[in-house]
Write a protein of this length. Sequence first.
Lengths: 588, 196
Amino acid sequence: MSNTTATPKTATPPKSKAAKKPASVVRELTGSAAVLEAFLEEDVDIIFGYPGGAIMPIYDALYDYRDKLEHILVRHEQGAIHAAQGYARTSGRTGVVFATSGPGATNLVTGLADAMIDSTPVVCITGQVFAHLLGTDAFQETDVINITTPVTKWNYQVTDATEIPAALAKAFYIAASGRPGPVLIDITKNAQVQKFNYEGYTKCEHVRSYRPKPIVRKEYIAKAAELINEAKKPFIVFGQGVILGNAEEEFKAFIEKSGIPAAWTLLGLSALPTDHPLNVGMLGMHGNYGPNVLTNDCDVLIAIGMRFDDRVTGRLDKYAKQARIVHLDIDPAEIDKNVKSTVPVWGDCKETLPLLTELVHRKTHPEWHQRFKDYYKQEQEAVIHDELNPTTDEMTMGEVLKGLNELTGGDAVIVTDVGQHQMVASRYAHFSQSRSNVTSGGLGTMGFGLPAAIGAKYGAPDRTVVAIIGDGGFQMTLQELGTIMQFGAEVKILILNNRFLGMVRQWQQLFNDKRYSFVDITSPDFVTLAKAYHIEGNSISNRKDLNAALKTMLDHKGSYLLEVFTGKENNVFPMVPQGCSVSEIRLK
Amino acid sequence: MNKQEYTITVYTENQIGLINRIAILFSRRKINIESLNTSPSEVEGIHRFTIVINETEEVVRKLCRQLEKQVEILKAYYNTNEEIIWQELALYKVSTDEIAEKVKVERLLREYGARAVVIRKDYTVFETTGQREETDKLVEVLAPLGLIEFVRSARVAIIKNSKGFHEKLKEFELTEPGEEVVENEYLNDQDKVFSM
């Protein structure tokens, strides 16, 4: 091996982080206890999990840590990871999951994929068969590392207890730093029971092959500011990057100085209060009229912490072609992935936004704002008014949201599942503070809502958590009512029941000639079901009962399930049909 | 944009399972890997993957970004064939009788730069290194003579303009996102930094 180009080995090595601790702090621990010690060091206070054969030693150790670590026994491992996601989204901390090998681990896959695409920090610990049995098709053995590779930011199999402190430190560091994501650590049973000399825990702050955030390049900031200052019709589209970067204040300062209208992606929702004068609404397939149409009219498009998902851009070759694009993102792989940027601003928006704010001119763009107002008026007349103030016999989802807004004042955490109710809730729910919207955006995981709401409540125990879920999605993970029953997470479950798999039905109506193929779904009596789990509930189908029922739900001490029957064949509008440009958005 | 051959060079940690993490980035996008080689690099403890694919530059550029995004990958870059010096190694097994009878061995060796690795009574194994056309030519010559076995290695490539990994890394940092190259102080000190 030629070593001529390599840096010569230095005589004085960098400070050794693996310095031996004095003998007095070295103690003998099992691998399992080392896992739990790592949790304490990382300030973990809650674990969502489900035991099983291959993770039993860890659960045995957990028995001794009961007073320091809360464990929520879910009813299915998918519930555990969605709960951890909900916890991470409302608390801003890393969610932690335990699952056993084999089916326990494979049941995490949906949640891992969801956390991966929505950049949610989660650390999953899975048990694994003894190292000597790996590859022998042992009982409950599955190749979880290879199964989860495409849906984890990082994963690693531990076969020796001495690796555990370092592996966990690395896991927590990678999960939460840079663009967050899920990490899975698979620990063989022998490593869990193995005793070793535990020399304490060192938090990981550096992995040499991993660069969590790119360095901010000032020349691009200057170029971006120049474009923004020249712009006559600048438009901001922002996503979850603002929330993940804890950059809500920096973001607000930027838009308030530049006076630029700002629209959010599904996951950017709640980063900016609903009533902020520069908040012009939602982007994408079921977003607001103005933001979609004017995307194809603005002259400078400033994308902040968002990734130009196809549900946001519609047809890509007709997306903002007239505009020059400034893209701020922490993940270099997102820049130019879908939309080519004129100025790439790599970096954490918490750092880049203040630099940009300093350089942009104070402006108000009144005429440009008026265009958004004009479009909003059109949308108000064609869609919003009737959705919120219907004259039909059947209730609309929109009026339920309107009633909810009036009672919560926009202070509640809203967790949604996937489908029509998700789009309606996102469009109409009011938010006064950040980290209040929890939904499955990128993966669109039906069944996400109920378990995520449980986790969201543990992540924000002082806040009201309302889980808005459709009749289809609720039936996918309703076993988690058992978790609520046992551990008492105060979740307000609001089922919007249209007796259809509504979003698919809407597409079948609009694009498949009303050929309603297997979207007619029946439901059990949800209130009786909740009662079986000792959860109070009510079901209404008349408008006159709505406000009282919502109030009872919110005022009730403890969890509550309210089912509201809504119009069977109501559609969500506006809509950008698939394959169309955002400016071809339909109001009906 | 037209598809052409690109050689992707990836510097990585030496980690079990990493090859899978790399391979699925290609298979997920339905890109066929023409050739893949993994070997040590000039820096101790750092491995080097050499991957050849046929794609447009845009796709290759995005792929390299996705590669670099992986936690255990330090750097990925792509080059056209003009920008690299590359070789493949091929082995040919033929019947010794046939060769002795029909071909002047010395001529064969000279013309194709082949080298006899093993000469036994029953068979002879030749070896050549070169580019695809060169190794293919010898197959053509040997096929009528009863080629018993043929195998060719993956491509290995050296980047013409690179001044080694450290220099190349610095060069990339100028135009690409990334922290200052301070991390290089760790490169030869794997055991002293947080790493597994």
